[in-house]
Write a new protein. Structure first.
Length: 149
């Protein structure tokens, strides 16, 4: 007599019918905070388009966490190789997500250069905290309407 199991939980399905097992796993990407970091990395050098506040700030959060871990590990091994690799690996996506965030607030990506002057980073932080333009702008449609991470 074949044993039949049926399991369904939050978009994950497991069907066991006799000897045949079909398993599907569909993770919900839009709710995970790490997925915003991954989304920014997938748009590694994309300077066009718009980035939500959520994408920008979660990328920044994970960048800081990774940098702190790299610094601690470098302190333990006595040579800053991991910090250098982390910085070089994440500098381009960091600039790209910052430019896309500026685009989302209706500003040109060239505003990023204001960080080169003293206290210019304060102006950037204010811009990064501003809400998105509700409608499409010159840089594309509002990313809030695109909820996939």
């Amino acid at each position: 007599m074949p044993i039949r199991f049926y399991f369904l939980a939050q978009n994950d399905t497991l069907h066991c019918v006799g000897e045949t097992i079909n398993f599907q796993f569909k993770p919900k990407l839009e709710n995970g905070i790490m997925n915003w970091f991954i989304k920014a990395l997938k748009s590694y050098a994309t300077f066009q388009g718009r980035a939500r506040r959520k994408e920008f700030w979660f990328f920044t959060l994970f960048y800081i966490i990774i940098a702190i871990v790299a610094i601690v590990v470098d302190g333990l091994i006595g040579f800053p190789i991991l910090s250098i690799v982390t910085f070089l690996g994440l500098i381009v996506p960091s600039i790209a997500v910052s430019v896309r965030r500026l685009h989302d607030t209706g500003r040109s990506g060239w505003w990023y250069l204001i960080s080169l002057i003293p206290l210019g980073f304060i102006v950037l932080i204010v811009f990064f905290c501003l809400a998105s333009e509700p409608e499409s702008n010159a840089h594309g449609p509002n990313p809030i309407n695109d909820v996939k991470a």
